[in-house]
Write a protein that binds this ligand. Structure first.
Ligand code: PLP
Length: 500
């Protein structure tokens, strides 16, 4: 095959009808592109041959322009690596005009917040965020033990599929996902979670968040009521809010969503969103009685239940609890799962198990959104599951997280036992340290962040007024030493607000 250039050709406009010669127009273009920062110091430029070919001009014109740029210090040639923009640009390159144009562009960017975007876009940009929680250390919620993931096995499986990717694997795929992967998921869910489904009902997504987004898009019209647990998962609240839904908080207690609250108030809704295996964030499990009455309510009112089963693989001390979907004989439950917690979040793979009649609408919605997920990762993960690595990893992590959970509970008891009460430590990868009534958990969380600790304030998961503040502490990704150091630091932050 003919050698092809390894650089991109910029959009250079040359006009042969102008009096100014072509080489000079080319020189001017490069000079201003360099001085305005559109091409950066050190960036490679095309060879004279390939630029002449791409722009359909004579090579001598390119040669003359480059020679002038070299002479003035804008370009430099390194032996063996071609021509590039000089790493030290001449001072006069930053002419007042180019500085002015950069300033102008900055002003436009600064003003862009005031320019018209949709009502949805505006609402999104005004949503509260908690950037101070974004560290990789103790006690970042939702982070598994990344250093324990079997990277060796994973890279072998990826390589296996990379090397032998068929044409069909490299082309456009099915919006529902890669069939062998959906078959492996269906088998896993049937065995491990008691989910009743076959592969035709499984839609592979880029994590639970996309599953929630698609569900909202397919099932909700603006203004539709959605019941959510309170406190609840902010990611779900986000997905429903952006679809224009009206969120109706329903209290959550030691038995999960307080279903009697819905029944007493005769609430009807399009959707009830629940985390029955491990309520987010309180960590409780929905009782059998509540499950049955939620299912009955859904059948009677013609509503959908979204079951978010985000981390049910990790249950300590008691046997795994079967899914709500498995109890549903009327096709009212949409079951969502993810590989973010059980493997790692950057994989961006999750799934929805759909009642059969919803499959066409969801498939079309996925097609309209981003068509389908990367097949390479789906193929590698299929083998990871089929060859037993998945089950092995879950087993190993369950033991590890159980130890970490115990270490965290003990550390809280030892260092903060007088001010914090632990709940929700029976399953998953996080627990809640409840604080005394009236304490501002957001201020404590911000104070803790100053010493590098990520402690999510419980109050930010409430739609109604929280009864009590607390700190949501993830322990999946923290080792014993980090747990002990972290709790000591957290104690200092807490003490600033609750003196002993
Ligand atoms: C309740 C709940 N659902 C789902 C997820 C996972 O989201 P994703 O699969 O988009 O990474 C999380 C992660 O924090 C969660 O807490």
């Amino acid at each position: 095959m003919k050698r092809v250039p390894a650089t991109f050709t910029p959009p250079i406009m040359l006009d042969g009808r102008k009096k100014c010669p072509i080489y000079r127009q080319l020189y001017d273009w490069f000079r201003s592109a360099i001085s305005e920062g559109r091409i950066r110091p050190g960036q490679r430029v095309a060879s004279t041959r390939s630029l002449a070919m791409e722009l359909q001009i004579s090579r001598i014109s390119v040669f003359n322009a480059y020679e002038q740029l070299h002479a003035e210090g804008y370009l430099e040639t390194l032996r063996g690596s071609g021509t590039r923009v000089a790493t030290t640009i001449p001072d006069d390159a930053f002419r007042p005009s180019s500085v002015a144009s950069r300033k102008q562009r900055r002003q436009v960017h600064a003003k862009s917040g005031q320019r018209r975007v949709s009502a949805r876009g505006l609402a999104l940009s005004r949503l509260p965020t908690q950037p101070w929680l974004n560290t990789l250390g103790a006690f970042r919620v939702s982070l598994p033990a990344l250093d324990q993931f079997p990277l060796g096995v994973w890279s072998k499986l990826l390589m296996r599929h990379c090397r032998r990717q068929s044409r069909s694997m490299m082309a456009y795929g099915d919006a529902m996902g890669y069939l062998p992967f959906r078959e492996a998921i269906a088998e896993y869910l049937g065995t491990f979670r008691g989910v009743q489904c076959d592969s035709s009902q499984i839609l592979v997504t880029t994590g639970s968040q996309q599953a929630l987004q698609l569900t909202a898009q397919v099932l909700l019209d603006p203004g539709d009521p959605v019941l959510t647990e309170d406190p609840g998962y902010p990611g779900a609240q986000l997905a429903f809010t952006t679809a224009g839904a009206q969120l109706i908080p329903v209290s959550a207690d030691g038995e999960g969503m307080v279903v009697p609250e819905i029944l007493i108030r005769r609430r009807s809704a399009r959707i009830a969103y629940v985390t029955p295996s491990h309520q987010y964030p309180l960590g409780t499990t929905m009782s059998a009685a509540r499950r049955m009455s939620l299912l009955n309510w859904a059948v009677r009112s013609g509503s959908w239940i979204i079951e978010d089963d985000y981390d049910s693989e990790y249950r300590f001390g008691s046997r795994p609890i079967a899914s709500l979907q498995g109890l549903d004989v009327h096709g009212r439950v949409i079951y969502i799962g993810t590989f973010s917690k059980v493997l790692f979040p950057a994989l961006r793979l999750g799934y929805v198990v759909l009642p059969k009649d919803l499959v066409p609408a969801f498939s079309a919605a996925r097609d309209a959104a981003d068509i389908f997920s990367s097949i390479l990762y789906q193929a590698a993960l299929t083998d990871f599951i089929r060859e037993g690595h998945f089950a092995r990893h879950i087993r190993r992590m369950r033991m590890l997280y159980m130890d970490r959970r115990t270490a965290l509970v003990n550390a809280i008891q030892t260092h903060m036992g007088d001010v914090a009460h632990t709940i929700g430590a029976e399953a998953g990868m996080h627990l809640v340290a409840l604080l005394p009534p009236g304490i501002d958990d957001v201020s404590i969380s911000k104070e803790a962040a100053r010493s590098g600790i990520s402690a999510m304030p419980l109050s930010t998961c409430y739609l109604k007024r929280p009864t009590r503040g607390g700190l949501i502490l993830g322990y999946g990704g923290v080792n014993d030493r980090q747990i002990h150091d972290g709790i000591r630091k957290l104690r200092i932050s807490v003490r600033r607000f609750i003196p002993s």
